[in-house]
Write a protein that binds this ligand. Structure first.
Ligand SMILES: [Zn+2]
Length: 360
């Protein structure tokens, strides 16, 4: 499977400015090339390269390898036919693909005439066989390097950690733990408050509709996305670690093809879709595969209505959105924890539930 390693570059003071200049030149070149491609309808990389390679080299001073990736980057922006109706634009400090780069034994990475020290996560075996790109996040230079790693074999687990991804709380597992767990500083209340605040701000800015409001809105959206991704990573990490530590697989509801198992009220629906649940699911599956933890996807029907005590299924078991109370045997608890337990059982009762549904 492929994973992406994130390296942080530590350029010496003098190289910082040079790196920024390099990124800027590259994206200026991409923008210029994009104009040529658009006006002359040159969509493929080869005609584009024939047409503009020399210009890229001479006018923007790109190195040969850089000019090649610049052409590819622009061509890939126009690859979908739907994107050919307007000129593609590139941010001045947008990312730059690396090509013919290499990792040196002395802890430096070399590319396009640079040789820069970097830090990587512990135990990461770097290789430049797959694609990589250089990014500037406004402060630090990062390299995203794709790596091909061997998947750990997962033995079929005897038990699962059931996980309910829900409305009131982002994720609750069948051990009754709410995620994100401490020490991550987000309580469910804070998260909910933040999400509401984001939504309010967004609608305010949307109503305003001025140019600066739109710009602010874009900035807000980016910030929100970064925040959601950060929380989702923390949750996925918690869950996978917990399952691995206890020798269990992870069980999730199989929501493919189902918009939502819950016929939620409108406000709740917005709540649900405003959180990046699809991303959270993919983070969980991805981290689980990396760690050799099996993921079972179970039928989502009735997971919120069945009583894990006596098996009684009844709409009346849910007196409110957040509470579960079995009308038959009286078992009661938070509805998401009950759902998580039902998900755990559904995975356990299926023979060979492991991994079979996560292959892509
Ligand atoms: Zn019951």
């Amino acid at each position: 499977m492929k994973v992406t390693a994130v390296l942080r570059l530590d350029p010496p003071a003098g190289d910082r400015g040079r790196l920024l200049g390099c990124l800027r030149r590259f994206n200026e070149a991409a923008q210029c090339l994009s104009g040529i491609a658009f006006q002359e309808k040159l969509w493929g990389w080869l005609p584009l390269q024939r047409r503009a390679y020399r210009e890229l080299r001479q006018r923007f001073g790109l190195r040969a390898a850089q000019a090649v990736v610049c052409v590819r980057k622009v061509a890939s922006a126009y690859k979908p036919k739907a994107r050919r109706s307007r000129e593609a634009s590139f941010r001045l400090l947008g990312s730059m693909p690396l090509y013919k780069h290499s990792y040196k034994r002395d802890g430096t990475i070399s590319f396009y005439g640079f040789r820069i020290p970097f830090r990587a996560g512990e135990g990461v075996r770097l290789s430049s066989d797959c694609e990589a790109k250089l990014l500037f996040d406004g402060e630090k230079f990062l390299v995203h390097q794709v790596l091909e790693v061997e998947e750990k074999a997962c033995p079929p687990p005897s038990d699962h950690l059931g996980v309910d991804l829900g409305l009131a709380r982002v994720a609750v597992d069948s051990d009754g733990v709410t995620h994100p767990e401490a020490p991550h500083p987000f309580t469910p209340g804070q998260l909910r408050g933040l999400r509401k605040r984001h939504a309010r701000l967004r609608s305010k800015l949307q109503k305003k509709g001025t140019r600066s409001a739109r710009k602010l809105l874009r900035k807000r959206r980016r910030k929100e996305r970064r925040f959601a991704a950060h929380v989702n990573h923390a949750i996925a990490k918690d869950l996978v670690e917990r399952a691995k530590r206890t020798g269990r697989g992870i069980a999730l509801e199989d929501l493919r093809g189902i918009r939502s198992r819950i016929t939620a009220r409108k406000a709740q629906r917005r709540d649900q879709s405003s959180w990046a649940f699809a991303q959270l699911r993919s983070f969980i599956e991805y981290k689980a595969r990396k760690e050799g933890v099996g993921v079972a996807l179970v039928d989502p029907r009735k997971t919120s209505l069945r009583c894990p005590g006596c098996g009684h299924v009844d709409k009346k078991n849910r007196p409110s959105r957040d509470r579960f109370r079995c009308v038959d045997c009286g078992l009661a608890g938070p509805s998401d924890a009950v759902a998580a337990e039902n998900i755990r059982r559904a995975a356990g009762s299926r023979p060979n539930a492991t991994g079979s549904s996560t292959e892509s």
